[in-house]
Design a protein around this ligand. Structure first.
Ligand SMILES: CC(C)(COP(=O)(O)OP(=O)(O)OC[C@H]1O[C@@H](n2cnc3c(N)ncnc32)[C@H](O)[C@@H]1OP(=O)(O)O)[C@@H](O)C(=O)NCCC(=O)NCCS
Length: 154
């Protein structure tokens, strides 16, 4: 298994993984192309073993970062892969001297919320009706980004 930066050839697989991972807020292939080619702040990492099966997309903008997307292919979930991608992303974010990391998550997404809490994210407020289907989002935030090896739970 290797973790590496996304390449153009990965975008179709990412868009397919996206469809199964985000039924409501799925980005299309065109949106992924935009993220890859046009967004200079975006960092897109993938996990592969001959084939891409997980990705994380985040932005770094001066002293702030935003985790936009993280997804693991369904049959491979709950094996620590989300943790690996989060750690790698936070290492990069930490090197850039970021002071605050933000993200939004559906209030019913227990798996993701627990993952983020393990990395020290806290719920700061609820965004009412944030998603297209009317579901609320938690705004989560992590202040100060320690060295990724310091996370006591891992
Ligand atoms: C959220 C997601 C990325 C987690 O990835 P993962 O590889 O399964 O996560 P890990 O195996 O590294 O698990 C890390 C921790 O997350 C939490 N977690 C993960 N899956 C969970 C589940 N199904 N139920 C409860 N907690 C869960 C646990 O705290 C877990 O630690 P533990 O195994 O020691 O209890 C994955 O479920 C996924 O791709 N979901 C669909 C896309 C999505 O919702 N992304 C987040 C959008 S904001």
């Amino acid at each position: 298994m290797i973790i590496r930066e996304c390449e153009e050839k990965d975008l179709e697989t990412i868009a397919l993984l996206e469809k199964t991972s985000f039924p409501v807020t799925c980005w299309t292939l065109e949106q992924w192309k935009y993220e890859y080619f046009e967004n200079p702040c975006s960092v897109l990492l993938v996990l592969e073993e001959g084939k891409v099966f997980a990705y994380i997309d985040f932005w770094i903008l001066y002293e702030q970062a935003e985790i936009c997307k993280i997804a693991i292919a369904e049959p491979l979930r709950r094996r620590g892969l989300g943790t690996i991608l989060m750690k790698e992303a936070l290492k990069i974010i930490q090197k850039e001297g970021v002071e605050q990391v933000n993200l939004e998550v559906r209030v019913d997404n227990e798996a993701a919320i627990r993952l983020y809490k393990k990395f020290g994210f806290e719920i700061v407020y609820v965004k009412k009706g944030y998603y297209e289907d009317g579901e609320d989002a938690y705004q989560m935030m992590k202040k100060g980004v320690q060295h990724a090896e310091d996370y006591s739970c891992y």
